[in-house]
Design a protein around this ligand. Structure first.
Ligand SMILES: *Cc1c(COP(=O)(O)O)cnc(C)c1O
Length: 382
């Protein structure tokens, strides 16, 4: 089955009691048993819920995974996964990961004795040198946020597996429509379903999937033990979102490409970071492992911090907001907004300039988006 069809059907059967084509919202915490211990596979909704199960089946199928687990947020998914490790274990992590990932690793899990090293995962030699005897996991995100760096998942997985290191890939930006981490060798794929998978900016959720039975069993055990699960209503909303994932991603990608090309040609733009452009430093890897570059773009305005603010405040369609991946376009200023918690010297090292703007291109008409950006640039020039 092709992914467009999987998105609509996987994990779901018409409701056996009524024939309802849509999975009901099983808004229940518990299930009546016929006799003590005699039940229909559902005992308590932290452990099993039919709406969540439908979502897990759907998302697992989209990632080509045998085992999939939904969580209350992307951060809840990461927290649950990291509980597979213990004091003294070392985890290698990309140096441009989502800010919340960085905070969870450095401020919460480090306090509990897990050791983290942040490394530029676009540089295989640096990664090889950073692997230690106690390295248990490699946490990858590609493309990254906000610099859109692309890491070679196949090569990194091969390197990690030589040393018995488990590879996690946060696939939130690309989605399974454009990038297939498990097929490229990663062990676990992770999502913030808040973003493209749900796609309508009305849910916070997370997901993890694997083809490794032992890993799947550990994740399932931790999912139930830690209890950071999504409710039935949120599960239902994400399940509705994924039905249009394939068509939405196609539209995000077309708008992303057009906006990136417009920006690259604009005299007030210094640099554009978008993996679909030939000027992207990892364009070749992006072409090899992604079938679309998506809707996320970062670029540097040729001007001051105030110019960047003026630009952002004069946009009418791109809303000034954090988050990404919804049908509506968003714009934000990483140095002031999403990445304010990153120390200035680290921001500089990563290239998070005062003129850097990040766009999440929605699925509005392409011309309207480009006109909106022109409006922003005109406001700087006037
Ligand atoms: C948003 C995001 C997360 C965190 O997910 P939440 O649902 O906000 O907890 C993790 N990784 C990436 C790439 C994200 O964009």
């Amino acid at each position: 089955m092709k992914i467009e069809t999987i998105a609509i059907h996987a994990g779901q059967e018409p409701d056996p009691s009524t024939g309802a084509i849509m999975t009901p919202v099983y808004q229940t915490s518990t299930y009546v048993q016929k006799a003590p211990g005699e039940h229909l596979g559902y005992e308590y909704s932290r452990s099993q819920n039919p709406t969540r199960e439908a979502l897990e089946g759907n998302l697992a199928a989209l990632e080509g995974a045998a085992y999939g687990y939904a969580f209350a947020s992307g951060c809840a998914a990461m927290t649950t996964l990291m509980h597979m490790y213990k004091q003294g274990d070392h985890i290698l992590c990309g140096d441009d990961v989502y800010g919340g990932t960085y905070r969870l690793f450095t401020k919460v899990l480090s306090e509990m004795g897990l050791e983290f090293t942040f490394v530029d995962t676009t540089d295989l030699e640096k990664v090889r040198e950073a692997i230690r005897p106690n390295t248990k996991a490699m946490w990858l995100e590609t493309p990254t946020n906000p610099m859109m760096k692309v890491s070679d998942l196949r090569a990194l997985s091969a390197l990690a597996h030589e040393r018995q290191v488990t590879v996690f890939c946060d696939n939130t930006f690309a989605t399974p429509i454009f990038q297939r981490p498990l097929e490229l060798g990663c062990d676990v794929v992770v999502h913030s379903t808040t973003k493209y998978l749900n796609g309508h900016s009305d849910v916070v959720g997370g997901f993890a999937a694997t083809n490794d039975k032992a890993l799947g069993e550990k994740i399932a055990f931790n999912q139930n033990s830690i209890g950071a699960v999504p409710g039935p209503w949120d599960s239902w909303l994400v399940l509705r979102g994924t039905k249009t994932l394939a068509v939405r991603m196609k539209a995000h990608n077309e708008n992303g490409m057009a906006v990136a090309e417009f920006l690259e040609a604009h005299p007030r733009v210094k640099t554009v970071y978008y993996p679909g452009l030939k000027s992207h430093p990892q364009y070749v890897i992006a072409q090899a492992q992604m079938s679309g570059a998506g809707g996320m773009i970062s670029f540097v305005i040729d001007g001051t911090l105030d110019d960047a603010k003026t630009f952002l405040m004069n946009l009418k369609i791109f809303a000034l907001a954090e988050s990404l991946g919804g049908v509506e376009s968003l714009a934000e200023h990483p140095a002031i907004m999403t990445h304010a918690s990153v120390p200035p010297e680290v921001r500089e090292e990563l290239g998070i300039d005062d003129g850097l703007v990040r766009l999440s291109c929605g699925i509005e008409a392409m011309d309207d988006l480009i006109d909106d950006l022109k409006r922003g640039f005109e406001a700087i020039n006037s």
